[in-house]
Design a protein. Structure first.
Length: 305
C-alpha cells in the first residue's frame, strides 16, 4: 500500500480546497492509510473514521440518485417503472436504516467504511429533528417529480438510447487524471447527446463539473459541442435548466482546473509520490458555515464553535 495517496483531481476535491485547507489536508492526506489499524498511528485512524462520517442531506442525496438510477435501469431492462409509492417508501426505509446504524458507535468504529454514521448523531447536533422533517418532505417531492421530468419524457420514447448510467470514468487534463461520473447520458433520435444531472436541493448555477462532462463527452463520443445538451433536473421543484457549452466555456473550465491543479500541487513536497508538506502549511480557514458541519471538528482546534 502506498505511503501517500494517489494524485488526481475532482470537482469535490476543488470544492473542499476552497472551503478550508486544513479540512482538505485531513481528508486527502491525514486520513490516508487510516484503515490499517494495526500499523497506522492513532491520528490517522481517527481522521479516517471522521472522513467516513455522513449527514442526512448527503445520505438523502445518494438515495435519491439511487432511486433515479433504479428507475432508469428498469426502463433499460424493459421492466415496468417502479411505482412512486414504492420508491418513496424504499427511501424512507433506507433513511431509517442509516439512522439506526448511527446509534451503534462501536460497530461503526470497527467498520467505518461500510457502516453509516450520521454526523448529526455523532456530534449530537441540535439540527437533527429539523433536518429529519425537511428530508421527509423532500423524499415525497422528489419521487413525485421524477416521472414528470423532461428527461423521463425522453426516456419514454423507444428511440432514446441510454449510453451511461452512474459510470465512473476519467479524462486527462494538465497531466492529471480527472474523475468524471455523470448521473445519466443518453442519445436522442436527432443524434444529440444529453447529459443529465439530478439535483435534490435548491436550484443553483451551472458548475465547472458540467462543463467537464461536456468536454469528456466531446472527446469520448467524438461529437461537436453543439450536439451535446446539458440538463439539470431539480427534482425538489420539478424544474430544469438546459445549456449547451461553447468553446469559451470549455476554455474557461480548462483554465480553472489548471489553476486548481497548480495550487494543489504547490501544497506537496514531492509531486512524484504526492507527499504533502507539513500540516502547518495547510492553513485553517474557519467560518460558521464550514465549521458547523465539518467532519473533523472533533480534532480541529481552529474551528469556530
Amino acid at each position: 500500500m502506498a505511503q501517500y495517496p494517489q494524485w488526481s483531481y475532482s470537482q469535490s476535491r476543488a470544492n473542499m480546497f476552497d472551503e478550508c485547507l486544513r479540512k482538505y489536508y485531513y481528508h486527502y492526506y491525514g486520513a490516508h492509510n487510516g484503515w490499517k489499524t494495526e500499523s497506522a498511528d492513532e491520528m490517522q485512524v481517527r481522521l479516517y473514521r471522521l472522513k467516513q462520517l455522513s449527514n442526512l442531506y448527503l445520505v438523502f442525496g445518494d438515495l435519491a440518485h439511487r432511486m433515479c438510477e433504479s428507475a432508469v435501469r428498469s426502463r433499460e431492462d424493459g421492466k415496468p417503472k417502479p411505482r412512486e409509492a414504492f420508491l418513496e417508501q424504499t427511501m424512507r426505509d433506507l433513511l431509517n436504516q442509516a439512522y439506526k446504524e448511527s446509534m451503534d458507535t462501536e460497530q461503526w468504529r470497527l467498520n467505518p467504511k461500510n457502516r453509516t454514521m450520521l454526523s448529526e448523531i455523532y456530534y449530537g447536533d441540535d439540527t437533527l429533528s429539523d433536518r429529519v422533517a425537511t428530508i421527509k418532505e423532500r423524499a415525497g417531492a422528489c419521487t413525485r417529480n421524477l416521472y414528470q421530468t423532461l428527461t423521463w419524457e425522453d426516456l419514454s420514447r423507444a428511440s432514446t438510447s441510454i449510453l451511461e448510467i452512474e459510470k465512473w470514468d476519467t479524462m486527462l487534463l494538465h497531466d492529471t487524471r480527472v474523475y468524471v461520473k455523470m448521473d445519466l447520458l443518453y442519445r436522442r433520435s436527432n443524434g444529440n447527446i444529453v447529459i443529465v444531472d439530478w439535483k435534490t436541493g435548491k436550484e443553483d448555477d451551472f458548475s465547472d463539473q458540467l462543463m467537464l462532462y461536456a468536454a469528456y463527452v466531446r472527446e469520448h463520443y467524438r461529437v461537436p459541442l453543439e450536439q451535446i445538451e446539458i440538463r439539470v433536473e431539480y427534482l425538489l421543484t420539478g424544474k430544469h435548466k438546459e445549456f449547451i457549452a461553447t468553446e469559451e466555456d470549455i476554455r474557461k473550465v480548462d483554465e480553472n482546473v489548471g489553476r486548481y491543479i497548480e495550487e494543489m500541487r504547490s501544497c506537496v513536497a514531492d509531486e512524484y509520490y504526492n507527499r504533502p508538506k507539513d500540516m502547518s502549511y495547510f492553513t485553517p480557514m474557519p467560518s460558521h458555515r464550514v465549521c458547523r458541519d465539518c467532519n473533523f471538528r472533533e480534532v480541529c482546534s481552529e474551528r469556530i464553535v
